[in-house]
Design a binder for this molecule. Structure first.
Ligand SMILES: Cc1cc2nc3c(=O)[nH]c(=O)nc-3n(C[C@H](O)[C@H](O)[C@H](O)COP(=O)(O)O)c2cc1C
Length: 353
């Protein structure tokens, strides 16, 4: 699958496949009476979708970002680590706080705490996480096998949430139990305002390809609420393909935005009839510098900062000449100064000739 190589100052993120743009598919999105300026959102990603990354995505044009998933139980018990996960800023309003759990009462109580103490105006329920620890506790995608409990949880959370309430699901537990349309109908009947579907089963984890046909069936099953289609969007072209093939109201982008927040503004530019410009080397450098500053403000502990920063820096390097060496160097290092020095050289902007 010969990779096309761009110059070291360029970003290899624009479609090489034929691009079909449907400008009308990029539009404001209304959920629970709240209007977002467009229908491109950043996915919840544990260890990734922290406040700095959410701000970077929004500054690049995402209309909404979801937080890392937060344990409802830990929130109710008031854990310190959980508080850090809940850090937010007025500049990212609205932000969708994502909760996971299995107990309707605890999830409802956590929703009340989020609204009351953290000013949450949008709360999302995680019914998609495939990780064993979640499944063992009956949370995340384990709930896809228990529609009755989904109904109970959705009802309890709906009663506790006066703002926007959304749910994120997978297509089903495994290939023999694809039930996303059924779960979606239950959620909609209980008053959920928006639904996201990651087009994979729990069994697939992150393998295989996104099942757009099932996402389309979900869209048809719940015409009364907007559906966000999610999975494998790494290029603006994929946004348009996904929207066309599923009829979804919008898209959620996860891994494809890591190291490439420009995917949002490129998609918006295409929808305006402009070209999807690659960021210049200087523009990319400016975004990375800002991201580093935001990270430094969020992670006062240098060790934690180093551990968290390097994954973003490695992602920003993807597709650039020499990125493999750069990634190896920084991923192996725990030393913040060394990581920053490497990044300074690697992302340097050459003096104008
Ligand atoms: C590192 C990582 C962490 C994730 N954490 C969460 C999470 O906390 N909650 C959730 O609903 N989904 C989580 N996901 C799933 C993503 O939100 C998304 O559904 C999935 O990655 C597919 O979209 P993508 O191909 O655009 O990345 C995570 C995915 C990744 C890669």
């Amino acid at each position: 699958m010969g990779k096309k190589s761009f110059g070291s100052g360029e970003f290899s993120g624009i479609a090489s496949t034929p691009l079909r743009v449907d400008p009308e598919r990029i539009a404001p999105l209304t959920a629970g009476g709240r209007e977002l300026p467009n229908n491109l959102v950043l996915a919840p990603m544990a260890g990734v979708s922290n406040l700095p990354f959410r701000l970077i995505a929004r500054e690049a044009g995402a209309a909404l970002a979801f937080t890392e998933t937060v344990s409802a139980k830990a929130l109710v018990q008031g854990g310190a680590k959980t508080r850090r996960l809940l850090a937010s800023s007025p500049t990212e309003t609205p932000v969708a706080f994502q909760l996971f759990g299995a107990d309707p009462g605890v999830l409802a109580e956590a929703s009340r705490i989020l609204a009351g103490e953290h000013g949450a105006v949008w709360i999302d329920l995680n019914l998609g996480c495939p990780v064993k620890k979640f499944i063992r506790n009956g949370a995340g995608s384990a709930l896809l096998r228990d529609p009755l409990r989904v109904r109970e949880i959705a009802a309890a959370m709906r009663a506790a949430i006066s703002g926007t309430f959304s749910v994120k699901i997978r297509t089903g537990w495994d290939a023999d139990s694809i039930n996303a349309p059924e779960i979606a109908r239950i959620a909609a009947a209980e008053g959920v305002d928006l639904l996201t579907v990651h087009g994979r089963t729990r069994a697939q984890q992150y393998t295989g390809t996104t099942d757009r046909a099932t996402i389309a069936r979900v869209v048809q099953a719940v015409p009364e609420i907007p559906v966000l289609a999610n999975g494998d969007i790494t290029l603006p072209a994929h946004v348009f393909d996904m929207l066309r093939e599923t009829g979804a109201a919008g898209v959620m982008i996860g891994r494809g935005a890591m190291g490439n927040p420009w995917i949002f503004e490129q998609t918006l530019a295409l929808a305006r009839g402009e070209s999807a410009r690659r960021p210049s080397r200087a523009e990319r450098r400016a975004t990375i510098d800002r991201h580093i500053d935001l990270m430094a403000a969020s992670f006062p502990d240098r060790k934690l900062l180093a551990a968290n920063l390097k994954k973003y820096l490695a992602a920003y390097a993807k597709g650039m000449r020499g990125s493999a060496d750069f990634r190896r160097h920084i991923l192996e290092s725990d030393d913040l100064d060394a990581i920053l020095a490497h990044a300074d050289v690697f992302f340097a902007v050459p003096e104008a000739a």
